[in-house]
Structures are given as C-alpha cells and as structure tokens.
Design a protein around this ligand. Sequence first.
Ligand SMILES: C[S@@+](CC[C@H](N)C(=O)[O-])C[C@H]1O[C@@H](n2cnc3c(N)ncnc32)[C@H](O)[C@@H]1O
Length: 255
Amino acid sequence: MSTPPRSGTAGRTIPFRATLGRSVRLFSAFRKEQTDPDLFYGTLARDTVAQLRSYTPLDGAVVVDIGGGPGYFTDALNAAGARCVCVDADAGELRLRGGEAPGTAVLGSALDMPVRTGSVDVCLSSNVLEHVPEPERMADEMVRVTRPGGLVYLSYTLWLCPWGGHETSPWHYLGGHYAARRFTRKNGRRPKNDFGCTMFALSASRMLAWSRDRDDVDVLDVLPRYLPGWMKPVVRVPGLREVVTWNLLLVLRKH
Ligand SMILES: C[S@@+](CC[C@H](N)C(=O)[O-])C[C@H]1O[C@@H](n2cnc3c(N)ncnc32)[C@H](O)[C@@H]1O
C-alpha cells in the first residue's frame, strides 16, 4: 500500500515512521509495564495515535476505543482532537487509574456494543481481541459501528508469540491450562489473564481469514504493530508470522 498523506490537528503533517529506534523505545517502555504503567501505556497510546493519524485525520473524528480500560488511549485520542468514547466490559478496569473512570467511558461488551450502527469515524481496539471468546463476533461489531468510509484499527497479541500467554509466558508454549496452573502454584492466585476464561489462543491466520470473508471492508494494511516497517513481509509467511509478528495490526476501511 502506498503511504497516504498524513494529517493531524490544524492540518499539520504528523510523521509516523516504524523505525528500529521506535521499536526499541516501545520495548524499553514495555519492560517497565509493571513498575511504571503510566510510562508504558502512555507511550503506547501516543504511538498508536501517531500511527492512526497516518491513515486518517483525527481532528473532530468520533472514535470508539473498545476495551480501553483505564483510558490511556482515550486520553491520547482526545488530546489529538478526536471525540473518543471508551467502551469496556469491566468497571474495575475503567477505574484503574486514580479511582475514576475516564470521563467518556461506557460500560458495555465488545461482543454486543452499545453503539449505533455506522455511527463512528474510527473504531479502535488494542490488545482486547485475545481476551474475548468470540473474536470474529467482536470484529464484526467493530465493522458494524463504523460508518461507511470509516476506519477500523484492530490489534491483538498472537498466542504463539513469546508474550502470547501474557504473565504466564513462556509456559503457554506447553499449553495454556498448564501455564495458568503453574502461575497459580507459584503466585498463590490465578493469573489475571486466565487461559480459557479471560484469555484465548488467537492466531493471525484466523483473523486474516475473517478479513478475507468480509466483503464490506478493504484491508489497508496488515502489520506487525510494534516491529520496524522492514519486517512487514513476515505477516505473509504462514507459521513464522504466528511467532515473529508478536502483535498483529489490521487496518480496514469500511465500504
Ligand atoms: C489488556 S487490556 C487492554 C487495554 C488497552 N486497550 C491497551 O491496549 O492497553 C484488555 C481490556 O479489554 C477489556 N475487555 C475484555 N473483554 C471485553 C469485552 N468483552 N468487552 C469489552 N471490553 C473487554 C478488559 O476489561 C480490559 O480493559
């Protein structure tokens, strides 16, 4: 795909380049996820907004952030001029930061979104799809609420990547249930991302097949979200892509 013109608030050009340096910065922030969540999620949210702007202007855009949890993405999108609503199924997640839900938050499920059909310019979800039992249904919902001509930004962690089991990694390679039992034994509590309950084994192939089956969307991009641009071809290699891509990003335009 050729790179479309990039615009941001006040029509300024916003450069977004998936360089090796950017990947290193994201990875360094990720290493501080537990000790400094504001640093990691704030960095990731700003990166996502910059990336999103390379596909569509955000100034004044109506955006839904599905599974936005404590609202880092919602805040970054609003700071970029969008009018963003965070929809999350877990009231506790919405209140994770400072005890208050983000101002523009709605309690609701991604599988049955409390959002009108064709009503939003951009529907975004970051690292949510692997947490729902019916990922195609959630992706269908994302397309449903997006207006014709609008954008769907759908990104999730692949099960077979080194972080696929989240906090139970890398033991998920020996099976999700085994990894969860092992975590429970070691920590005296179930993992937050509990295999078969709040986390599922989701492949790249499954959602690529879903996107091919939809005749009302154009696939603008399929990317390894955090990796340098020159690694993009890896998503075309079955098998290898499941391990190397890490986080798959589908960018779709609704007809
Ligand atoms: C790993 S967090 C991702 C948070 C944020 N989007 C990010 O990328 O950092 C997953 C979020 O998805 C939410 N979630 C899980 N299942 C959901 C569902 N069925 N509907 C809406 N949100 C859901 C969780 O409550 C949680 O806030």
